[in-house]
Every structure is written in structure tokens, then in C-alpha cells.
Design a protein around this ligand. Structure first.
Ligand code: XMP
Length: 322
């Protein structure tokens, strides 16, 4: 007889909160990004240990437009205690000259932990909670699995860490996390929010993740998000599972009026998926793609001369570029 186990979010919440009460025996900090995984974990941990929990939002310099301010306000509205750490310069310095994707991920993962350790020392916290989900450790490899990419919160972890790590969502996939988030009463715009990788825009800049490259891809990402969300709100298309911009390290020739231009190339990437493990590229209407292209090349006139659309599924591509 075939038995299909249906995920029971209410039971998961009840059991996890009890488990966390026993597991976190002291003050704890939690790394939050404002995404569905870390916010869901923050609410669970807050239910378990309340005032002993401090949320830490790290500004890496690779966050999206207005993201730190918006996320800080949203986490406060949810009743969480939030500390924002400005680590932009530290991330920029560490990533200077680094172009290899795995090296980038390792550096980012390690620096995240160092920042969290410093906060934990100040806050006298012995536990560190994070929103790792199943694809993070599956894709990071180990054992019999190949390493697809080191997710910042798994493969990027240094060997020596000063605190105990707690990962309540480790066995869940994204669609299950969303159900838990909804059950916990998170607003729809949060539990339905598109995924954003921990290393942030740094893995959407192919090549060196300089502050200037971050500025370009941040603006392009904001335009892709705005135009797609506008089109979805007016029923021109359905909102893809994930949609963003990527900056390539090479240049292409263009023309402004009758003047030659030589600028960077932006890739528009949008995919449909259930859990991020496989994906197909979104069939976005050409009118929407054209609006995105025109807006990016107008807004980033001095930087970008060309916009292309990625038609690769996963596999063989991955969703992010690094
Ligand atoms: P890929 O690029 O491997 O991505 O097809 C699958 C999903 O995971 C997200 N992603 C990450 N999420 N830390 C995260 O929290 C990471 O290091 C990371 N890398 C990729 C990606 O955005 C997609 O949704």
C-alpha cells in the first residue's frame, strides 16, 4: 500500500517550539534577512524563548534597494527585537579582487559568522539560530553528494565557531516553509516573498563584487522586480517563483543617439519552481521584457548598453549564476 505523508504545519510548529525550548538553554541570537526562512525561524524561536532572543540583520552591502530599512521595520512590526549591523565596508574589503564563485561564497559565509560571533559576545549569547532549509545543505554537498554550490549558511561555515548552531527548518523545503509561515500568521507579502540568496547581490555579480558593481545590479534588480510585479498585478502575467537581474563582467558595443557606447550587460532571469531544486524559465510576455530593457538602459545609461533574457532551465543551469 502506498502511504503519502502530508506535511502538517500546525503539528510542526507545536513540536518545534517545544523542541526549541529544550534546545536553547541560554540567550540566543538569530541571523535574519527579512526573507521567509529566517523570519519563520525567528517567530518560532521567539515563541520558544521570547525575550532571550535577539534578531541580527547584517547589512553586507549586497542587499537589494531599501531592503535593510524595509526589513527592519517589518521585523519590528512582527514584535521581534532587531539589531542592524553595518558591515558593508568589511564585506567589500574581503571580496576585493575575488572572482571565483566558491571562494566568494566561503568568504561571505565566514564573515557572516564572524559578525554574528562579535554580536553574540556582546549580547552574551551562547546559541545561534539560522534559517537553513533542505536545499541549502543538499546543494552544499558532503557525503555522497556533489557540491553544486556552497550555500552561505552551510558550506561557507568556518571550522571553528564560538556558539552552538540551531537550525529548526533544516528538513523543510521552501513550499513547506511558506505553509509554516502562513500558519504562524506572517503577512502574505512575506511568506509569499520570492527567495533571495544569503550572499545577496554578490552572487548576481559575475566577477568582482565591487561597490560599484553592486550599485548597478541593485538598480537593475529593483527595475526587474517592479516591472514584473506591476505586470502581475495588472494580470498581464503571473508572478514567477523568482525574478532578478545579473551583471556580467564583459562589455558590449551600443549606440546612444549617434554616439558610440561601450557598456555592461545585464541578464534578466525569471524562473518557475516549487522548491528551487529544479526550475523552468518563465515565459514572460515580450511587452514586459521590453519595458524592463528600456528602463534599465535608460536608468543605467552610463553603465549598461545591453539587456538579455535567460532561457535556461534548471538543470542544466542553476537559478542563481554563482
Ligand atoms: P540555485 O542557484 O542553486 O538556487 O539553483 C536554488 C535556490 O536557492 C537560493 N540560493 C540560496 N539561498 N543561501 C540561501 O539562503 C545561499 O547561499 C543560496 N544560494 C542560492 C536561490 O536564490 C534559489 O532560490
Amino acid at each position: 500500500m502506498l502511504v503519502i505523508a502530508v506535511f502538517n504545519a500546525a503539528r510542526f510548529i507545536e513540536e518545534k517550539v517545544e523542541e526549541l525550548k529544550g534546545q536553547i538553554r541560554d540567550k540566543a541570537i538569530i541571523g535574519v534577512s527579512g526573507g521567509v526562512d529566517s523570519t519563520t525561524v525567528a517567530i518560532l524561536a521567539n515563541r520558544a524563548i521570547g525575550g532571550d532572543l535577539r534578531c541580527v540583520l547584517v547589512d553586507t552591502g549586497y542587499m537589494r534597494k531599501n531592503e535593510i530599512e524595509n526589513n527592519q521595520a517589518m521585523l519590528k512590526r512582527l514584535g521581534l527585537s532587531v539589531l542592524v549591523v553595518d558591515a558593508k565596508e568589511r564585506f567589500y574589503q574581503k571580496l576585493k579582487g575575488v572572482v571565483d564563485p566558491e571562494e566568494k561564497r566561503k568568504i561571505i559565509g565566514e564573515l557572516f559568522i564572524r559578525v554574528f560571533e562579535e554580536v553574540a559576545r556582546k549580547e552574551n549569547a551562547k546559541f545561534f539560530v539560522q534559517g537553513t532549509i533542505a536545499p541549502d545543505w543538499i546543494e552544499s554537498g558532503g557525503g555522497l553528494r556533489d557540491r553544486i554550490k556552497s550555500h552561505h549558511n552551510v558550506g561557507g561555515l568556518p571550522e571553528k565557531i564560538e556558539f552552538e548552531i540551531v537550525e529548526p527548518l533544516r528538513d523543510l523545503y521552501k513550499d513547506e516553509v511558506r505553509v509554516v509561515g502562513e500558519k504562524l500568521g506572517l503577512p502574505k507579502e512575506l511568506y509569499g516573498r520570492q527567495p533571495f540568496p544569503g550572499p545577496g547581490l554578490a552572487v548576481r555579480i559575475i566577477g568582482e563584487a565591487t561597490p560599484d558593481n553592486a550599485r548597478i545590479v541593485r538598480e537593475a534588480c529593483a527595475i526587474v522586480e517592479e516591472e514584473i510585479e506591476k505586470a502581475a498585478a495588472s494580470n498581464q502575467m503571473s508572478r514567477p517563483w523568482q525574478y532578478f537581474a545579473v551583471l556580467l563582467p564583459c562589455k558590449a558595443v551600443g549606440v546612444h543617439g549617434d554616439v558610440r557606447a561601450y557598456g555592461r550587460i545585464i541578464v534578466v532571469r525569471a524562473v518557475e519552481s516549487l522548491d528551487g531544486m529544479s526550475a523552468s524559465y518563465s515565459k514572460i510576455p515580450h511587452t514586459v521584457l521590453e519595458r524592463i530593457s528600456v528602463r534599465i538602459t535608460n536608468t543605467l545609461k552610463d553603465d549598461v548598453s545591453r539587456v538579455v533574457f535567460d532561457v535556461t532551465n534548471k538543470p542544466p543551469g542553476t537559478i542563481e549564476y554563482e
